[in-house]
Design a binder for this molecule. Structure first.
Ligand SMILES: [Zn+2]
Length: 106
């Protein structure tokens, strides 16, 4: 059986009550919710931009080696490895500028 609840009446201050508000939540100040929602939207957009930038670079990586059932291992060997490396390097080098342009870096 649970411990009995404290002797609440319907008019006690639930915000200050450790049983009603064990996490000590507070009321938002007027306008604060809108400000926080805007910040959250900005943060979400920033994360999406960062994921897009990093996914674009990830897509340039060589595929992982694959081992066939007969034990042979296949690896990716492009005819133009310098072009791959140059593109990869250019994209990584451009990251700070891209992030600044997107407002992720100040
Ligand atoms: Zn209470």
């Amino acid at each position: 059986m649970n411990a009995p609840l404290p002797d609440h009446d319907n008019h006690h201050n639930a915000l200050l009550c450790p049983y009603c508000n064990p996490e000590r939540l507070v009321l938002a100040r007027p306008g604060e919710v809108e400000v926080l929602q805007a910040k959250l939207q900005t943060s979400d957009a920033s994360v999406q931009i960062a994921v897009k930038l990093l996914s674009g670079i990830h897509a340039l990586l060589y595929p992982a080696p694959r081992t066939l059932p007969d034990g042979r291992t296949m690896v990716f060997r492009p005819e133009n490895p310098h072009e791959f490396m140059q593109e990869l390097s250019d994209r990584i080098r451009a990251l700070p500028d891209e992030m600044t342009k997107a407002g992720l870096l100040k």
